[in-house]
Design a protein around this ligand. Structure first.
Ligand code: PLP
Length: 392
């Protein structure tokens, strides 16, 4: 056998740098509370914004689809893996997003990896927001297009880059997260839709944290800004507010047609499981039927953010339910998360360097529609207690 000592050395290196991530195992379904190591804790760090991951109607839709279609698509979509339920989902998503057509992938990450290299290639140029998600960064790498990064939230810097570099590419695209997951702020989509016209540049928005949260009945960021028809490509995931697994892009019928010929996760990886497709269809139906879950999510978020500010905590400039509490010091932040978990039975994730800049460590709280007002108030009180102990 070949010497594999480097694996242990690399793990030790990560541990020494404080970058080794301990991974907890959840022993229950996702919800306001989860069981970890036999203990029930208040869950303040899932992306299950609307509670749909464990909604009874959604569960039933998945079970019914499995009874009818089985558990797997059996092949890649382009050979024998396109099932009627995929087509129904794609039509529903297009209608929900006010776009001509959509294409479903097996994950949001794969949607970015698959789509970006079809949109641009080595003769083209990408303008990428500084805080874009890792899956966008990897999708851009796979495209081989030349890339320029513009400063977070700065349409000025974006325009400066476009002025200087737009001509270097035949085609050109601006790619941004809609909602930034570490700060909860929202991209300046209306300004960008104007700038991109001036520079004949496509616009691609990753709406992973916007769906089910922003816009009418959770239609997402483009709807939130009333910009239907002004954005070339909207990408989304099924794994956050929609509660399941998978991803998609929406755009013109021709673009979707081309993606079916060229997007590698579509051509070389099997189709989405029918149960997942059915659960997403049901989640959208629930969101369209009434917006009470979305209202509840926002009420909880407002109560949490107001309460934390009144208790003296500093939050980021969040515009969404994502609630990052800025604590600054890395060690104290890790300690706060540990005490919340061990003494207060609250599961809340610490976010530290290198995910965010040094000295900007935070606890990121994720309220949801399935939390009660007592859960929210208890979180505020517990964090205050814990922080008093740490910073006295
Ligand atoms: C979570 C996330 C993804 C990946 O989605 P998955 O469906 O979990 O693969 C992509 N982009 C952004 C901005 C995300 O937050």
């Amino acid at each position: 056998m070949v010497n594999m000592d480097w694996v242990r050395q690399e793990i030790e290196g990560l541990k020494n740098e404080g970058r080794y991530i301990p991974i907890r195992t959840i022993e229950s379904s996702q919800g306001a509370y989860v069981k970890i190591a036999g203990k029930t804790v208040l869950n303040m760090c899932s992306n299950n914004y609307l509670g749909l991951a464990n909604n009874p109607e959604v569960r039933k839709a998945a079970i019914d689809a499995i009874s009818e279609y089985g558990v797997g698509a059996g092949a890649v979509r382009s050979i024998a893996g396109t099932m009627e339920i995929h087509i129904r989902l794609e039509e529903k998503l297009a209608e929900f997003k006010h776009m001509e057509a959509s294409l479903v992938y097996q994950g949001g990450l794969l949607a970015n990896l698959g789509t970006i290299p079809v949109l641009v290639g080595k003769e083209d140029v990408i303008f990428s927001e500084e805080l874009n998600h890792a899956s966008i960064i990897d999708g851009m790498r796979l495209s081989s297009a030349k890339k320029y990064v513009y400063k977070h939230m700065s349409t000025e810097d974006l325009e400066k880059n476009l002025k200087e570099h737009r001509k270097e590419g035949k085609k050109s695209i601006i790619v941004t997260d809609g909602v930034f997951s570490m700060d909860g702020d929202i991209a300046r989509v209306p300004e960008i839709t104007e700038i991109k016209e001036k520079y004949d540049t496509m616009f691609y928005v990753d709406d992973a944290h916007g769906e089910g949260v922003l816009g009418k009945n959770g239609r997402g960021i483009v709807d939130h800004f009333n910009l239907a028809g002004k954005v070339e490509v909207e990408m989304g995931t099924f794994s956050k507010a929609l509660g399941s697994m998978g991803g998609f892009v929406a755009g013109s019928s021709e673009l979707i047609d081309l993606l079916k010929q060229k997007a590698r996760p579509f051509l070389f990886s099997s189709g989405l499981n029918p149960g997942d497709a059915a659960s997403v269809l049901k989640s959208i139906e629930i969101m369209e039927r009434d917006d009470s879950l979305i209202k509840k999510l926002w009420n909880n978020a407002e109560r949490l953010q107001k309460g934390l500010r009144e208790a003296g905590f500093k939050l980021t400039e969040t515009k969404t339910p994502i609630t990052p509490v800025l604590l600054g010091d890395e060690k104290k932040t890790l300690e706060a998360s540990r005490l919340l978990y061990e003494q207060e039975d609250i599961f809340a994730s610490p976010i530290v360097f290198p995910t965010v800049a040094r000295g900007m460590a935070r606890i990121r709280l994720m309220p949801s529609a399935v939390h009660s007002t007592e859960d929210i108030d208890r979180t505020i009180d517990a964090l205050s207690e814990v922080w008093k102990k740490i910073s006295h």
